[in-house]
Ligand binder design. Structure first.
Ligand SMILES: [Zn+2]
Length: 123
């Protein structure tokens, strides 16, 4: 018989190395990265997105979307303005320091971003 208490789900994905960590983990089991800042982590095709209290962080992947290129874009939340969600093509669009940023998102990630913004609005 299975002991249900011993079942741990590894849902918290480390933005640094991509390994799944147990919910509530403070540091990544593999690379030791601080995970306490991470509110949300989304894997998408051309990039991975990390949401922290202060930043939206984009980890670019290569052209085929298979590996990270090492290029990281950090967007400070308080400089992100005029947010829009594209439809029917799923895109997350915003103004940032005099430029328009367009991030194509998978359906499920788009929903998560929308939910996130609703929560911020109600604070
Ligand atoms: Zn890690």
């Amino acid at each position: 018989m299975d002991d249900e208490d011993s079942f741990i789900s590894f849902n918290l994905i480390c933005p640094e190395c991509g390994v799944g960590n147990p919910e509530g983990a403070e540091y990544c089991l593999v690379c030791g990265r601080d995970l306490q800042e991470t509110i949300l982590f989304m894997e998408d095709d051309p990039f991975d997105l990390e949401v922290t209290r202060d930043f939206l962080i984009e980890y670019r992947k290569n052209f085929w979307g298979t590996r990270r290129t090492g290029k990281i874009e950090r967007y400070s939340w308080d400089k992100i303005e005029d947010v829009q969600f594209g439809y029917p093509v799923k895109r997350f669009i915003f103004n940032y320091e005099d430029r328009r940023v367009v991030l194509p998102l998978r359906e499920e990630n788009m929903q998560m971003m929308k939910r996130l913004f609703k929560e911020y609005e109600h604070q």
